[in-house]
Design a protein around this ligand. Structure first.
Ligand SMILES: *Cc1c(COP(=O)(O)O)cnc(C)c1O
Length: 403
């Protein structure tokens, strides 16, 4: 695979046609590149896996930190028409970006008091309790509208969603859903990334039972939805009518322990602030947690825990295919690298080194920090210069091949 940034990391970054966000590249300490074309290909890949089932896009937490509007617009171009966010404010912002057509569901449910604004904005709640259904029904009556709703049942995760007793109450009361149009009946899997975990099958059966009870009362048009990214790979029985992938769209491996079927989506390059040479006995960084054993060349890069690079993530940076290990502690705004492996004049202030990219995936960074790719992505900071690439679109905005 060609690695365009190996020798000249700025070459692609200054492309004029690209959409950007955040501070200008010259001002920023690091450059985050989001490959929307890869997100689109990942969406197609999931759709292939899903056969005929619909594929939604989960763009909560600002599209897992990558930009909800940019991601959702790219997915819309692939035919995606159903989106999930976590918060009402995320839904309202997304509605502005997408216009009136796509469905937007708020996974955490619309909180008490926020119903009128949510209804006006064309946001659908994921009702997780009888109280949320009641409040949503009242909002519908006040607005004189039929409001869309998704009903979430707890099939065995004990996190959010209606309990079996709530489902019984709903099934017994025909008026409970008056003024509401049930678009989706859904639940969430606790152990989808462990295909052999017995909870998966248990949850699937319970979901089918609870959904059947709800359908006794609701319109038959409601789509059933259980699978997140990993759930899609549990097999046809988990697909139902609508899948809700997030992480896999963004390149996180939905099948831990197996080869990643998704394409990488993000690259992160950090700027060199300074280089120096230290001698044996010199302490490096806070707490002098590392003391040089001999002459060592160091580079300090403009990336730290305030950028979402967790303090305990001892990874490396890369330049010219050479690994540049972190030395000492991660600071708020900087990290020190051992660059002894590079020729002495290779790096100077302003040069970029890879910290997420072909040599070090999001999942690699997560493993180095004892966490998951989800947390790495959603933590990526607001100080980066961001650039959106879409190799599937030509300069006139037309779509390229759709294979
Ligand atoms: C976050 C979330 C998803 C998406 O999960 P991924 O593992 O990122 O695919 C789907 N459904 C619900 C209810 C969620 O909270």
């Amino acid at each position: 695979m060609p690695v365009p940034f190996e020798t000249d990391p700025m070459a692609g970054i200054l492309q004029p046609a690209a959409a950007t966000a955040g501070p200008a590249a010259e001002q920023a300490g690091a450059v985050l590149i989001v490959d929307l074309g890869a997100i689109r290909r990942n969406y197609r890949r999931l759709r292939r896996e899903l056969g005929g089932a619909e594929c939604a896009g989960v763009v909560k937490a600002d599209g897992y930190g990558l930009g909800a509007a940019e991601v959702a617009v790219a997915l819309t171009r692939e035919g995606c028409r159903t989106f999930f966010v976590a918060h009402v404010a995320e839904g309202i912002a997304l509605r502005r970006a997408l216009g009136p057509t796509p469905e937007i569901f708020v996974l955490n449910g619309v909180p008490p008091g926020a119903e009128p604004e949510a209804a006006r904005s064309g946001i659908a709640t994921v009702a997780n309790s009888i109280e949320q259904i009641d409040a949503w029904r009242k909002a519908a009556a006040r607005a004189g509208l039929t409001l869309p709703v998704a009903l979430q049942v707890d099939s065995g995760m004990a996190r959010i969603g209606m309990m079996p007793a709530d489902v019984d109450r709903l099934a017994a009361d025909r008026r409970a859903l008056q003024g509401l149009e049930v678009k989706v009946v859904m639940s969430h899997l606790a152990c989808a990334d462990e295909p052999d975990h017995p909870a998966n099958e248990r949850q699937r059966r319970r979901f089918e039972q609870l959904a059947a009870r709800l359908q006794e009362n609701g319109p038959p048009t409601a789509r059933m939805s259980l699978a997140n990214s990993s759930g899609i790979f549990l097999g046809p029985a988990y697909r139902f009518d609508l899948a809700r992938p997030g992480a896999a769209l963004y390149g996180v491996n939905p099948r831990p322990g197996h080869e990643n079927p998704m394409l990488p989506v993000v690259r992160l390059y950090a700027k060199v602030l300074q280089t120096r040479r230290v001698e044996a006995g010199d302490g490096i960084g806070y707490g002098h947690s590392v003391v040089a054993e001999g002459p060592t060349r160091l580079a300090t890069i403009s990336l730290g825990y305030a950028d979402g690079w967790h303090r305990r993530t001892a990874a490396a940076a890369w330049a010219d295919g050479i690994r540049l290990p972190f030395v000492g502690r991660v600071s708020m705004d900087s990290i020190v690298l051992d660059i002894s492996g590079l020729s002495p004049d290779r790096l100077k202030a302003g040069d970029l080194v890879e910290v997420i990219g072909p040599h070090q995936s999001v999942d690699d960074v997560a493993a180095a920090g004892g966490t998951i790719g989800y947390e790495v992505l959603t933590a990526l900071g607001g100080r980066f210069h961001r650039r959106y690439e879409d190799a599937d679109r030509d300069m006139d905005g037309r779509d390229g091949d759709r294979t």
